[in-house]
Design a protein around this ligand. Structure first.
Ligand code: AMP
Length: 193
């Protein structure tokens, strides 16, 4: 069951080399709080995960974590969340985060973030949902987007797949996309799932 206004944020369990990533995660967390949306994320204190959660909490936002039991220690489960949901596997985490969110934002991250992002885009390709997916920011994710272009150029993916996700360079552009999607979605019958 989706939380009203739940935004799932996928992001690195590290903070990356450049301080811009940390700033982007902090800006996103405070903006989610300011917009009155609920942050749904991986539940840890490490990396950009901790940054986005702390920033949303500092802004008075509601934050829900979803963490597999075997990662409680390695990812240092956050102990100040509104809700921390402990699940049995990475697959269960991804499913639960998906269920709780009505939009997905992909911040910089590594293989785990890539896995999560590709899954929600693939599910959308298969018409399993129609929730917005936005890469924030597009510069960090340019190599992935170029890979998708390669799939299209080589005939393994339809060109319309590029419409399955958006890119934004900051919270303003992100929320423009999300607000637009809500406006369109409101005029339609119920979403899938
Ligand atoms: P990373 O981007 O590799 O730093 O990972 C970001 C988050 O994704 C972390 O919370 C990881 O625990 C999680 N993660 C790592 N591998 C996977 C996977 N195969 N499926 C889902 N989540 C993963």
């Amino acid at each position: 069951m989706a939380l009203l206004g739940g935004i799932a944020v996928y992001c690195g369990s590290r903070t990356g080399e450049s301080d811009t990533y940390r700033r982007l995660a902090a800006d996103l967390g405070s903006r989610i709080a300011a917009e009155g949306r609920t942050l749904v994320y991986g539940g840890g204190r490490v990396g950009l995960m901790g940054v986005v959660a702390d920033s949303a909490l500092a802004g008075g936002g509601r934050v829900v974590g979803v963490i597999p039991d075997f990662l409680l220690r390695p990812e240092i489960a956050h102990d100040r969340l509104d809700q921390q949901i402990v699940v049995g596997s990475l697959h269960a985490r991804k499913q639960r985060m998906f269920d709780l969110a009505d939009a997905f934002v992909v911040l910089p991250g590594g293989l785990g973030t890539l896995d999560e992002a590709v899954e929600v885009v693939t599910w959308k390709l298969l018409s399993l949902h129609s929730k917005p997916v936005v890469f924030l920011d597009g510069t960090y994710w340019a190599p992935l987007l170029a890979l998708i272009d390669h799939f299209v150029a080589e005939g393994f993916l339809g060109a319309d797949a590029r419409g399955l996700y958006g890119t934004a360079d900051g919270p303003d552009a992100l929320f423009e996309i999300l607000h637009e999607h809500t406006a369109v979605g409101d005029a339609r019958p119920s979403e899938l799932l």
